[in-house]
Design a protein around this ligand. Structure first.
Ligand code: NAD
Length: 313
């Protein structure tokens, strides 16, 4: 986020690709595996059996559910999944007409579902309808989210509202698909958080907090269910040109606005490589490094950025 400290850095250095899923683990439960002395083909260490059970995720032939699919990043993802040969694309949104328009454009491989992702029964129903239309859900992209401004003075109702849409929705989505995915030994759970979930959001405490929570949940699922064959990605963009940024990108536009189609392109490549952290703006990786290297210096930089932003606003 700190422009003066920004330098272009490629994402590659610290990303974990498909070939490095086990880290120090040899994939066979041997001595180098964090899980200890598991025998060959044991399932608790991301074993050989696990690798056989869960080949890399390709969109081709998959049933993909996308929330927030009526607009912006979600719509671009729906279109891209369809173009990449998905068996089914479930365009889910509380804007039913918008979802229907996207599904109609895609054609027979898509259905529209009207859903409020903050209501668990509706999320369960969305998954049931996706299964009825196209069979097992292979990928759920929990993308719907909202923004808001303000700090700690935001009302409890305001905090609760954004908490339910930006955090509980991801919990409901995971709850709805995890049992069957674990049973099958494969499945992909992706979510849209934000660079604000790794750094912060100048001008919005509720957005910064809920997006951090979204990242934390994705990490937890990846850690806890990775060895069940569940793949997890979390998308953390800075500014993207959508309805959310229609009045301007705000401080998130410090590194420029990206088109939703570019983001979708980056997402499908990341899913193909089963990369956890998807950073369409590669600068974010460097900002994260600076934050963890010297938190106080990073906070100083963010305060300066805030001052500059307020002076220019
Ligand atoms: N646009 C950006 O600059 C940007 C940057 C970082 C992260 N994000 C995140 O990307 C995601 C998608 O946002 P976008 O930029 O495409 O915005 P958008 O407004 O174009 O799309 C969001 C969609 O989510 C739907 N939605 C909102 N609340 C919902 C609910 N309760 N139930 C069902 N659907 C609901 C809306 O109807 C809309 O179709 C959000 O999670 C957002 O926080 C956006």
């Amino acid at each position: 986020m700190e422009r003066s400290e920004a330098s272009s850095v490629t994402q590659g250095a610290s990303e974990v690709g498909a070939g490095a899923k086990h880290g120090a683990c040899d994939g066979f439960g041997g001595a180098s595996c964090g899980a200890g002395q598991k025998p060959i083909l044991a399932t608790s260490c991301g074993s050989f059996e696990q690798l056989l059970r869960s080949p890399p995720m390709e969109i081709q032939g998959r049933n993909c559910v996308v929330t927030g699919g009526a607009s912006g990043i979600g719509r671009a993802l729906c279109r891209r999944f369809a173009a990449d040969g998905a068996r089914g694309v479930v365009v889910a949104d509380r804007d039913g007409d918008g979802a229907a328009a996207v599904a109609e454009e895609i054609g027979a491989a898509a259905v529209a579902v009207t859903v409020d992702v903050a209501v668990e029964s509706e999320v369960q129903d969305m998954v049931a309808r996706a299964e009825a239309a196209f069979g097992d859900v292979d990928l759920i992209f929990s993308n719907a989210g909202i923004g808001t401004g303000g700090g700690v003075e935001v009302s409890d109702e305001g905090w609760q509202n954004i908490w339910e849409i930006n955090v509980m929705s991801h919990i409901f989505a995971a709850r709805a698909v995890l049992p069957k995915m674990i049973e099958r030994g494969e499945g992909y759970i992706a979510s849209t958080a934000s660079a604000a979930g790794l750094l912060s959001q100048i001008g919005s405490a509720p957005y910064a907090v809920t997006k951090h929570a979204a990242v934390a949940l994705a990490e937890w699922i990846a850690i806890t269910h990775g060895n069940d064959g569940i793949r997890v990605s979390v998308l953390c963009p800075q500014a993207v040109r959508t309805a959310m940024t229609a009045r301007g990108p705000g401080v998130a536009g410090v590194d420029g606005m990206m088109e939703a189609e570019e983001v979708a392109d980056i997402v499908v490549r990341a899913i193909d490589q089963e990369r956890f952290l998807i950073l369409p703006h590669p600068q974010v990786q460097e900002y994260m490094r600076r934050k963890t290297a010297d938190y106080d210096r990073w906070l100083n930089g963010m305060r300066r950025l805030r001052e500059r932003f307020l002076a220019g606003a």
